[in-house]
Design a protein around this ligand. Structure first.
Ligand SMILES: N[C@@H](CCC(=O)N[C@@H](CS)C(=O)NCC(=O)O)C(=O)O
Length: 217
């Protein structure tokens, strides 16, 4: 089997797949394509023109969620999706929460402080960051703090796709110098530390930090 992942490493969705690949100990070729002005050839694989896409020989799988499910089905161990029906449903919910809703706030510091200035050559808007930090993000942090309770992980007392999907959004948040206030959200702050220091996340984060440092000159 020859796996190839297409998509720039700094994308939370590409990282989600890379962390899952690392957790499963799978090697793969990585094409760090940026999703701006994508070719017609790429759009034949992913008509929305987004990253990531995974190819496995002649099989083409667009979308991080579809890719993670494919990898779970083709490489069962270690299991990253719960087998219990309710826990599986909860894990998929957290994936949706992170991919579609949570990201809307947590990505703002990254967009305004990193993506804009470094990649798009436009100045960041700190007012947008302020609104995200003060208004958009806190209700989501409150939710996660409540949901975690005394547990180490979001679902079923073990690390799962729920933690990968949520954790990857915290990486962009951190790249944008966002911090979880440990006084206001102590469980969440400890959880984020727990997730992002796992070897799978840690190695990828260090690689990205070096890349961003290079870009910043
Ligand atoms: N639901 C998709 C989201 C992918 C996505 O939004 N990727 C962004 C990069 S982080 C992208 O390619 N944006 C370019 C565009 O929207 O044209 C997934 O999970 O793969």
């Amino acid at each position: 089997m020859s796996l190839k992942l297409i998509g720039a490493p700094i994308s939370p969705f590409v990282r989600k797949v890379r962390v899952l690949l690392a957790e499963k100990g799978l090697s793969y070729e990585h094409d760090p394509m940026v999703p701006f002005g994508v070719s017609d050839e790429y759009k034949r694989m992913h008509p929305l023109g987004k990253i990531p896409v995974l190819t496995d020989g002649d099989k083409v799988i667009p979308d991080s969620t579809a890719i993670c499910v494919y990898l779970e089905k083709t490489h069962a161990e270690p299991a990253l999706y719960p087998s219990d029906a309710y826990e599986l449903a909860r894990a998929i919910w957290y994936e949706e929460f992170a991919d579609s809703g949570f990201i809307v706030g947590t990505i703002v510091p990254f967009q305004e402080r990193v993506l804009g200035p470094l990649f798009l050559k436009r100045e960041g808007d700190e007012a947008k960051v302020e609104t995200a930090l003060k208004e958009t993000i806190p209700p989501y942090f409150d939710y996660l703090e409540r949901e975690l309770g005394e547990d180490d992980w979001l679902v079923g007392s073990r690390f799962s796709i729920a933690d990968i999907a949520t954790g990857t959004q915290f990486v962009n948040f951190a790249h944008g110098r966002g911090e979880v206030d440990a006084e206001r959200w102590p469980r969440l702050a400890a959880y984020v530390e727990r997730v992002l220091t796992r070897p799978s996340f840690k190695a990828i984060i260090e690689e990205e930090q070096a890349l961003l440092k290079d870009m910043a000159g």
